[in-house]
Design a protein around this ligand. Structure first.
Ligand SMILES: [Zn+2]
Length: 398
């Protein structure tokens, strides 16, 4: 059924497109030459597997079975410095399951590799446009860090476009992915059946104080914007403790001080505040605490406070029957070595949940490392994952 050698060979062949030369790493950002070549290669493999290859205007590559079918897949673009499995694993696993099931007469499986999941231009851009969450015209105006627009980037593969794909032909979507975290590796387990993809909130916060001389301004008279950020962070960590779970995360990932000089008391601090959790109401309670804490810090230190727009995505629950099939398959393939778990990372499945039932399964990431050249997974875990995926598709077919 599953041919482990064929599956691993194809994973390694995909890795050659944009191979970094450092370990198994890849450099294959969306719409770069390596990404476009990889997508052409994938379309050929889909055709060879008896699927109809289609590339839509965004560069999403589909391999379509005849008639209604389940859709399996992920993405084949990478971060500017990425690993060989992030996304690629889900695409090649889907291809292998489609081939293996075709050889035994079904059920039919379609395959997809979404474009720009890693967000060179937006967030999960290819599946966001395909699912109707993001309008193509609006997407085309998005720019990368170098100032190139998405419209310019996707023009580079315009000659490969063969047409759109109607989501209504798919009965559901299952995405296999590396965990990108330490849980399965640390527990010695092989399979994670995802329960929810966490929601995310992101907001800029600005403290405005008084820029002044760092030698002559007495401490008691300062309105130091950095000291406010520092006090805010300490107080926030303390206060969030009462509402969070061990899976909840929050991050101040970007701070800019003005004027950012050794001998000047900073007058302004702008920083990012991001938080993630699987429950919408917990995200809301965290927001209340964040706003209130910032207000108190600003008031006690005589600073002005302003909040930027609140950005975010809602948490998504996995479909109960797809999830149950994955759990049953995991119990068969990896008895005692699997668990239910949330996904702390965003995935294309979030966008697809607007259109159809979705589910995800994880295999371990060695030492929890991802978005890095060192990213890797033991071969036996890769193979266990693709076997669980195939078994779940069989269990779902009437
Ligand atoms: Zn990914």
């Amino acid at each position: 059924m599953i041919d482990p050698t064929r599956f691993l060979d194809d994973l390694n062949r995909l890795r050659c497109f944009g191979a970094s030369g450092v370990g198994k790493g890849v450099i294959r950002p969306a719409y770069g030459a390596a990404d476009i070549a990889a997508r052409q290669w994938l379309a050929e493999q889909m055709r060879a597997a008896g699927l109809r290859a289609r590339i839509d205007a965004m560069g999403n590559v589909f391999g379509l079975a005849d008639g209604p079918s389940i859709l399996l897949g992920s993405h084949s673009d990478s971060q500017p410095e990425g690993g060989w499995l992030d996304g690629a694993l889900g695409v090649i696993a889907a291809l292998e399951v489609a081939r293996a099931l075709r050889a035994v007469g079904g059920p039919a499986v379609s395959v997809v590799s979404f474009q720009d999941e890693e967000g060179r231009f937006g967030v999960t851009t290819g599946s966001a446009v395909w699912s109707g969450h993001l309008d193509q015209g609006a997407a085309d105006k998005l720019t990368d860090h170098a100032g190139q627009t998405l419209a310019e980037a996707r023009a580079k593969m315009a000659d490969l476009v063969t047409g759109g794909v109607d989501p209504a032909r798919f009965t559901g979507f299952i995405e296999m992915h590396i965990e990108q975290g330490p849980t399965l590796d640390a527990s010695g387990e092989q399979i994670g059946v995802v329960t929810d993809i966490v929601g995310i909130r992101d907001m800029k916060i600005t403290f405005d104080g008084q820029q002044n001389h760092a030698g002559t301004t007495p401490m008691a008279l300062r309105r130091d914007a950095f000291q406010a950020v520092s006090a805010f962070n300490t107080a926030l960590n303390e206060r969030l403790r009462n509402v969070v779970t061990p899976q909840t995360v929050w991050t101040i990932g970007h701070v800019s001080l003005h004027p950012n000089a050794s001998s000047i008391v900073p007058g302004r601090a702008v920083f990012s505040m991001q938080w993630r959790d699987a429950q919408s109401d917990r995200l809301q309670r965290m927001e209340d605490i964040i706003r209130q804490t910032a207000q108190e810090v600003a008031a006690t230190r005589g600073l002005e406070l302003s909040f930027g727009p609140l950005l975010g995505l809602e948490p998504v629950e996995m479909d109960a029957s797809l999830k149950a099939a994955l759990a049953e398959a995991a119990a068969e393939v990896a008895p005692g070595k699997w668990r239910h778990m949330p996904s702390g990372a965003l995935h294309d499945a979030t966008n697809l949940s607007r259109l159809m039932p979705v589910a995800m399964l994880f295999v371990p990431s060695i030492r929890g490392i991802s978005h890095a050249f060192e990213e890797d997974t033991h071969e036996e875990d890769l193979i266990a994952g693709v076997q669980v995926l195939m078994r779940a598709v069989q269990l779902l077919s009437p």
